[in-house]
Ligand binder design. Structure first.
Ligand SMILES: Nc1ncnc2c1ncn2[C@@H]1O[C@H](COP(=O)(O)OP(=O)(O)OP(=O)(O)O)[C@@H](O)[C@H]1O
Length: 254
């Protein structure tokens, strides 16, 4: 297993936000994290990535408890694509992606051809290579999102956490980004609001409700009519996506 979380609990003041969550993710697997607004998806992702410390419980990445791993070592293994991440405005697209190489560089080492190749490949992967010299502040919301994903790719992580990476993206780029995440040779956990995209691209789906993990399994096992009603408070029909064995949700308008 690449990511193993055991009995994670986190809260603020007297409010418990993540309630006793345990999960394991295999090497190379793409796990979708779904749940209503405020159910604790971002908080859980941040705990798993070591950006927050749990009140109790532990997280192992690549077999090591992350509580005992330095930030720099962790940053060589783990990339995090945040929701609406802010970036210093006075920089180019390429500068933002270059930041992804920081954990791999020594204090005295110069910029290497391997660094350059990683940045170039990451930009191409998200379809932004031709825009590499453009000023960050002139990009659209979706382009910024793709550049942040490129920055994470340039980091060459073994584990990637993505918090609603398809926000702001047009449907072509939503599908491209999720297809890419699935095909990359790394382990990923992706928080998503679009249940049909989660069903199409994730190996397994974990469902959060009020801070707890209430289901985790193959999309076809998890996305039932009952779950959609109980967790998401919607009436919907679940059909099979022709020949794929994956579920597809048809929402009812009344
Ligand atoms: N630092 C904090 N202080 C107080 N409350 C917090 C803090 N961080 C998160 N919360 C609360 O915890 C709950 C879970 O938030 P979180 O962002 O993890 O949910 P989410 O499932 O990612 O939501 P969304 O789908 O809306 O992005 C929310 O009610 C939020 O207001």
């Amino acid at each position: 297993m690449t990511i193993v979380a055991g009995n994670l609990v986190w809260g603020v003041g007297r409010k418990t936000i993540v309630r006793d969550v345990s999960l394991s993710v295999r090497r190379g697997e793409t796990l979708g994290l779904i749940g209503p607004n405020g159910s604790g998806k971002s908080s859980l992702l941040r705990l798993l990535a070591g950006l927050k410390r749990p009140s109790s419980g532990r997280v192992e990445i690549n077999g090591r408890d992350i509580a005992g791993v330095s930030r720099r070592t962790l940053a060589r293994q783990v990339a995090f694509v945040q929701q609406n991440a802010a970036t210093d405005t006075n920089v180019s697209v390429r500068d933002v992606v270059r930041l992804g190489r920081t954990p791999h560089r020594s204090a005295l080492g110069g910029w290497s051809s391997a660094d350059e190749a990683a940045v170039s490949a990451a930009l191409s992967r998200v379809d932004m290579h031709q825009r590499r010299a453009q000023a960050w502040q002139t990009l659209s919301g979706g382009e910024r999102q793709r550049v942040h994903i490129a920055r994470a790719l340039a980091q060459a992580p073994t584990v990637m956490f993505l918090d609603e990476p398809t926000n702001h993206l047009d449907i072509h780029h939503q599908i491209e980004i999720l297809r890419m995440v699935r095909e990359l040779d790394l382990t990923s956990i992706v928080a998503l609001h679009d249940l049909n995209l989660a069903a199409m691209f994730c190996d397994r789906i974990a469902v959060m409700q009020e801070g707890a993990l209430v289901e985790c399994g193959a999309p076809a096992d998890v996305l039932s009519q009952a779950l959609l009603k109980n967790v998401f408070r919607i009436e919907a029909e679940v059909i099979e996506l022709a020949g794929s064995g994956r579920p597809h949700i048809r929402f009812c308008s009344d």
